[in-house]
Design a protein around this ligand. Structure first.
Ligand SMILES: Nc1ncnc2c1ncn2[C@@H]1O[C@H](COP(=O)(O)OP(=O)(O)OP(=O)(O)O)[C@@H](O)[C@H]1O
Length: 249
């Protein structure tokens, strides 16, 4: 089942058409799919995520989310869409340092005015899944990078979003923690049917995805499907990146 359908998406910053950052992008994403977005620096990856999350509005084109056309939503409906349907994971975790782990995780439910009983039930479920039980009373500054990102993932998932958007989710992690985070996201995708779109520069991280989309100069350049063993998919991604050129660091 198709969850997202992007049609002729264009984004121009400012008034000059030479500032065209996304140029007629078309693709779709299936429910439960994990899709990596790669491309050289400045190719429009974050801009694309910002349009999908409705944080920014495209200059032209359409984004369908199931039956809903996102670019036409009112301000209130966009806020509602973000709160209910989306989870976000960022490179720098974006956790609230002065709050405890559990306060951070339940934050989206507080915004949604979910009852305390339900908050506690959901907290218990998500912390068990992410093995965070022993960390619940700690402050964020007491955590390692890998632990902080697991907390951020728990926060992104606690309201059971349909779609999780991640911008360089492993960018601040060492290789081992990166792979742990990716294995976790893969498991969650399988158990919860969560759809994931993640921007990454790291071909190892991308090799955990079902498909990788490559952007260059705001254009959809190509896509590769993981039809083979992970190591072979990783090699294919690496080969494609060198073909694509540009600065991928
Ligand atoms: N708010 C903005 N106003 C004007 N130009 C912008 C704005 N945001 C991004 N850009 C420009 O759009 C282009 C694409 O930026 P974007 O951040 O989407 O690229 P990216 O592929 O995510 O890059 P990176 O891998 O370096 O994070 C860049 O040239 C950037 O300078």
């Amino acid at each position: 089942m198709t969850l997202i359908q992007v049609e002729q998406l264009c984004k121009v910053y400012g008034k000059q058409s030479s500032n065209r950052v996304l140029n007629g992008i078309n693709f779709s994403v299936q429910l439960g799919e994990m899709v990596g977005i790669m491309g050289p620096s400045g190719s429009g990856k974050t801009t694309l995520l910002n349009q999908l999350s409705t944080i920014d509005k495209p200059t032209s084109g359409k984004i369908w989310f199931s039956e809903m056309e996102l670019t036409q939503l009112s301000h209130k409906k966009r806020t509602d869409f973000r709160r209910r349907q989306l989870g976000f994971i960022f490179q720098d975790f974006q956790l609230l340092d002065t709050l405890t782990v559990s306060q951070n995780i339940i934050f989206p439910l507080v915004l949604q005015k979910v009852s305390a009983t339900e908050q506690n039930q959901r907290l218990a479920t998500v912390t068990e899944k992410l093995q965070l039980e022993s960390l619940l009373d700690k402050k964020i500054y007491e955590l390692s990078g890998g632990q902080a990102q697991r907390v951020a993932i728990a926060r992104a998932l606690i309201h059971q979003p349909t779609l999780v958007l991640a911008d360089e989710p492993t960018g601040n992690l060492d290789a081992q923690s990166s792979q742990q985070v990716m294995k976790l996201l893969q498991e969650l995708k399988q158990t919860e049917q969560t759809t994931l779109l993640l921007v990454t520069h790291d071909p190892v991280v991308a090799s955990y995805c079902d498909r990788v989309i490559f952007l260059k100069d705001g254009i959809f350049h190509n896509e590769l499907y993981a039809n083979e063993l992970q190591q072979a998919f990783f090699q294919n991604i690496l080969n494609y990146l060198s073909l694509l050129g540009g600065n991928i660091e």
